[in-house]
Design a protein around this ligand. Structure first.
Ligand code: SF4
Length: 190
């Protein structure tokens, strides 16, 4: 079976791949479409590291897509679902148009994201006319999160310490200043 894996970083891709193969997805392609991550070093670095883990299609960066899809900048409880949805929508569309059986996302491997909401979005996207033949491959990949990140560190793979957007970067810095030590983001920190 062919699986399109929406991937936003290499360590989380490692969390998904082994489990997906055991579930019968012998053909897995990465899909790096994350305009939430600003251009320059961070975007390129995450994309390049993901390519080391899995053959990956990289969608050209376009900041306008993020700022068109996301409106509630000050409220992560609203901002993040908007951010997840447009990226998963892009993955679902690509998967449906290119003969994949299913799609999923590395976001399901993060203990810092809203797992139930991600599942709801993924399954909802498969109800759309264009994606009816597609399955959202849901799994709780968080079970492999720690092992995958340990492996990433051992292999010298970049493990970022903030979710991705400029807002998450600011929030991380605020936490650091507030606590006087490296803080932990409420969303995705590895
Ligand atoms: S914190 Fe993460 S999920 Fe939320 S808007 Fe920023 S990049 Fe997207």
């Amino acid at each position: 079976m062919k699986l399109l894996l929406h991937a936003c970083c290499a360590p989380c891709a490692l969390s998904v791949i082994d489990i997906a193969r055991k579930d019968g997805y012998e053909n897995i392609t990465g899909f790096f479409d994350n305009p939430n991550i600003p251009p320059g070093n961070e975007y390129a670095r995450r994309a390049d590291e993901t390519k080391k883990i899995i053959d990956t299609i990289c969608v050209p960066y376009d900041a306008a897509r993020y700022f068109t899809a996301v409106h509630n900048y000050d409220d992560p409880s609203k901002r993040c679902p908007e951010c997840w949805r447009f990226r998963l929508e892009s993955a679902a569309r690509y998967a449906a148009e290119h003969g994949f059986d299913a799609f999923t996302t590395t976001l399901l491997s993060s203990p810092y994201q809203d797992h139930a909401k991600l599942r709801e979005i993924g399954e909802d996207l498969c109800k759309g006319t264009a994606c009816r033949a597609l399955t959202f491959y849901y799994r709780d990949f968080r079970v492999d999160f720690r092992r995958a990140h340990d492996e990433a560190r051992r292999r010298g793979i970049y493990c970022q310490n903030y979710c991705g957007c400029v807002f998450s970067l600011v929030e991380r810095e605020e936490r650091r200043r507030g606590r006087g030590t490296a803080g932990r983001a409420p969303t995705k920190v590895v």
